[in-house]
Design a binder for this molecule. Structure first.
Ligand SMILES: NC(=O)c1ccc[n+]([C@@H]2O[C@H](COP(=O)([O-])OP(=O)(O)OC[C@H]3O[C@@H](n4cnc5c(N)ncnc54)[C@H](OP(=O)(O)O)[C@@H]3O)[C@@H](O)[C@H]2O)c1
Length: 315
């Protein structure tokens, strides 16, 4: 095994330090700038299933018609063996037509996901992007948190987590005491440190910490000239300028920027697993190689001098 494995907080689950992220392979050109065909997506998942990566992250809402889950389901059905230690996590999403995010919708979302994935249960189910509703609605009677807790109490899912953006809101959800795992994205990277305290305090409480989007959705892998968005949106110039300076610094040490961006997350003592979005089979091998890339201390020190100040962060 070329990847380290870590306990996921106090869940009892054991996960590889690298997790396969599946939003690019759902084909979402508005976020990533390109389409991904069925064949390419399925070949990518097959490459993951044949690799040392034993953790896959998806969501009911990736792709217009659940493409990510459908494609994972098709790849799993075709794959013989090697699934025993796979941790497959998905997320509950609002109704795509009405926006309903009630407890009833949570149950429907989970049923849909199981159907698409072709499994009876998943070990980890997240509340996805709860910033789409007010916190009071999230925790209300008949709301999504109550439904997730019921799914766990009834044994239909092993563990529940919360996955989303704004760190203060994520902290409020962790404060309910119900969530065993937190996933934050684009907020603990070479360019943005908004989630550092959230992660640290989650770790201190025995909550599993999953850091998604170490490349900020692509800028830190493809460069700011190819992916001008950071965290799926237009950002001020400070972010792209820092990314360009980081590319130049890495080039002087002959280190791919993506390798440094990935290892920045992997080496954080409070991160249990890092979720990387990939949509081609070659990426899987390349990403595993980046885990082992030698990165000199001097480069780490130089990259730290280039971090944009906190007013540029997503928070
Ligand atoms: N709220 C949430 O729950 C939430 C939010 C964000 C993310 N996530 C999860 O976290 C995962 C990671 O986030 P993300 O996919 O948005 O962003 P990311 O991992 O920061 O970046 C993904 C982008 O980087 C590119 N890339 C990956 N490896 C590369 C390499 N070696 N060289 C060049 N380009 C490379 C991918 O391109 P290719 O497609 O060409 O491989 C893709 O465009 C998601 O897929 C999703 O599973 C969850």
């Amino acid at each position: 095994m070329s990847l380290d494995v870590h306990p996921l907080g106090s869940t009892g689950l054991v996960v590889t330090e690298l997790c396969m992220g599946t939003s690019p392979l759902a084909s979402m050109p508005r976020l990533y700038g390109y389409d991904v065909t069925d064949d390419r997506a399925i070949a990518t998942i097959e490459a993951v299933l044949g690799s040392d990566i034993r953790f896959i992250d998806t969501s009911n809402g990736y792709g217009e018609h659940g493409e990510a889950e459908n494609r994972i389901g098709r790849a799993l059905a075709a794959h013989i063996g090697g699934r025993e230690d796979l941790v497959l996590a998905t997320k509950v999403d609002p109704d795509p037509l009405t926006g309903d995010f009630s407890g009833k919708r949570v149950l429907d979302s989970y049923r849909e996901s199981l159907d698409r994935l072709g499994v009876d249960r998943v070990p980890l189910l997240y509340l996805h992007d709860p910033e789409r509703i007010r916190f009071e609605e999230g925790v209300a009677t008949g709301g999504p948190v109550e439904a997730l807790v019921r799914l766990r109490d009834e044994g239909r899912v092993d563990h529940i987590g919360v996955a989303g953006g704004p760190v203060d809101l994520m902290d409020l959800y962790l404060g309910t005491g119900e969530f065993e795992v937190v996933l934050s994205h684009n907020r603990y990277t070479l360019l943005d440190r908004s989630a550092k305290e959230l992660f640290r305090s989650a770790r201190d409480r025995g909550i599993g910490v999953v850091n998604a989007a170490p490349y900020g959705g692509g800028m830190l892998a493809k460069g700011a000239d190819v992916q001008a968005k950071y965290g799926y949106g237009e950002r001020d110039d400070g972010i792209a300028e820092a990314a360009r300076a980081m590319v130049a610094a890495c080039a002087r040490y002959d280190v791919p920027l993506a390798a440094a961006a990935l290892q920045f997350s992997l080496r954080a003592p409070f991160v249990d697993s890092t979720v990387v979005g990939m949509s081609s089979p070659e990426r899987v091998e390349q990403t595993v190689q980046y885990v082992a890339q030698e990165i000199p201390d001097d480069l780490w020190a130089e990259l730290e001098t280039l971090v944009p100040s906190s007013e540029h962060w997503l928070n």
